[in-house]
Design a protein around this ligand. Structure first.
Ligand code: SAM
Length: 462
């Protein structure tokens, strides 16, 4: 039997019964479906897959959301000049979209790969800087080639002892020897602390592996790296030899695609750190640059309960960037189950509060997780509602409502598990809350504001 319970009642019950940490019950799930719906039509579904700035698809990233979805909230809930933050920025969709729409886009992530991708988008190289650097690398290559070709062959013959550092066998076999030699050279040459080099490194991660001729290795699809053992077995079974690809030519073509549009118009920031103190760090960095330091809009999709291993599924990109996939996963692996996840989300929302404007709006895109890497779980259902009741309401946020997004979730998880997708995340719930009652009212009023889907945006009309 279903009971009708309002959002406020849900929050009250959670607060008074200490629902936090309790096992999910049928009643939890029923309560979870009773939050008010917010009348935001998911118009982002109707936009083209690559809607938005050409930097968005620089490199694939698991569980990233479409740029159009972020526009639906950035356009409604912020104005040019406002600070827009994503504390779990991933590949930087929100900060990039915000910067491209005249806002100050701030991204934060604990994954160094995500941090690098975001930084390369919100503090990019200019076309001239990037092309000049590629030309310099290309010119330096002939002199360096003999040494690097010898090293590449030696590593491919013996990945552990063949070079100055051990290279995972699955990395060594992924490339044609000449391509591998060029990559080793570029990898040694690029300084990730340098803005221009970082941009080139991020662009290369986007062409490292994939099935078409624009990718440097044709061993795997471009979305994510397959399990290393599977790759090694497959390569041995099929006598795999990757096609020869020229790194400089591939990178130049990638730059042409990235620079099809002008650079994002407003400044942006990429921060590396835990979401729990992202607000404080964002304010400090914004102040240091003489920018407004209060955040008017947060749009984010927090990591799902144990759904994605960002290191494991990116081992080839991690190797190129000099990151250890196991360290990445150990660092991010902080919320396996529902109760600690809700505690974690409460700490995140607590940490954000002091840095928000009084009328700030927080938009949390949260999927219902039906499987945990293929295994069915029940604790993922109604997660957005639980986040409201156990994390946001106790911190004093005000509920505006929940918008739903079915298609996006399906598309997103298809990337991860193929046919398994239909049984993975089934529905994204978009929880919209105000920092105060003023924020809640602004969220309600803004929900009915029509959004201009013209791209590039007409900034004055927003
Ligand atoms: C669902 S993804 C966000 C994807 C993003 N919306 C995009 O479009 O690319 C969640 C992100 O949370 C990050 N993450 C996990 N734990 C974190 C933590 N404690 N602090 C900050 N980021 C964290 C992961 O690295 C991942 O990038």
């Amino acid at each position: 039997m279903r009971r009708r319970v309002t959002g406020a009642q849900t929050a009250h019950m959670a607060a008074t019964t200490g629902a936090q940490g309790a096992a999910t019950t049928q009643l939890d799930l029923e309560l979870a479906t009773e939050l008010p719906r917010l009348g935001i039509e998911p118009e982002w579904k109707a936009q083209q897959r690559l809607w938005g700035h050409p930097f968005h698809p620089m490199c694939s990233y698991l569980a990233s959301f479409p740029a159009a979805l972020t526009h639906a909230f950035i356009a409604r809930y912020s104005r040019p000049g406002d600070v827009v933050l994503d504390p779990f920025a991933g590949r930087g969709t929100v900060p990039l979209q915000a910067s491209a729409e005249g806002r100050i886009g701030v991204g934060n992530d604990l994954n160094p790969f995500a941090h690098l991708l975001t930084a390369s988008k919100v503090e990019p190289a200019s076309p001239a800087e990037a092309r000049t650097r590629v030309a310099r690398l290309r010119l330096a290559w002939p002199a360096a080639a003999p040494g690097y070709l010898a090293r590449a062959r030696s590593i491919q013959a013996d990945p552990i002892h063949g070079g100055p550092d051990p290279v995972p066998a699955e990395v060594a076999l992924a490339f044609h020897p000449t391509t591998f030699a060029q990559l080793l050279f570029v990898r040694d040459s690029l300084d990730l602390a340098d803005r221009v080099d970082r941009f080139l490194a991020a662009a290369i991660t986007g062409i490292l592996h994939g099935k078409s001729a624009s990718y440097l290795s044709d061993l795997m699809p471009n979305t994510f790296s397959m399990a290393p053992r599977y790759v090694r077995d497959y390569a041995a079974r099929t006598n795999f030899v990757s096609s020869e690809r020229d790194v400089f030519a591939g990178l130049s073509s990638k730059l042409d695609r990235l620079f099809r549009a002008p650079l994002p118009g407003s400044p942006g920031l990429s921060l590396l750190g835990d979401a729990r103190d992202a607000g404080r760090r964002a304010a400090t960095s914004l102040r240091a640059r003489g920018l407004p330091d209060r955040i008017r809009l947060v749009v984010t999709s927090p990591p799902y309960l144990r759904v994605v291993k960002y290191g494991y599924y990116n081992w080839l990109r991690a190797w190129f960037l000099g990151f250890d996939p196991q360290v990445i996963d150990a660092t991010l692996d902080d919320a396996h189950h529902r109760a600690p996840y809700l505690d974690f989300m409460r700490e995140v929302l607590h940490g954000l509060r002091p840095s928000l404007t009084d009328d700030a709006i927080v938009v949390l895109v949260i999927g219902d997780v039906a499987t945990d890497r293929g295994r069915r779980i029940s604790s993922g259902h109604g997660l957005a509602e639980q986040v409201w009741a156990d994390a946001a309401a106790p911190e004093g946020y005000r509920l505006a409502g929940v918008a739903l997004d079915e298609v996006h979730a399906l598309r997103k998880m298809t990337k991860l598990w193929g046919d398994e997708a239909g049984r993975a995340t089934q529905l994204d719930r978009i929880l919209v809350i105000g920092a105060t009652e003023v924020g809640r009212r602004r969220a309600l009023t803004g929900a009915s504001v029509p959004v201009d889907w013209t791209w590039p945006p007409r900034l004055r009309g927003l």
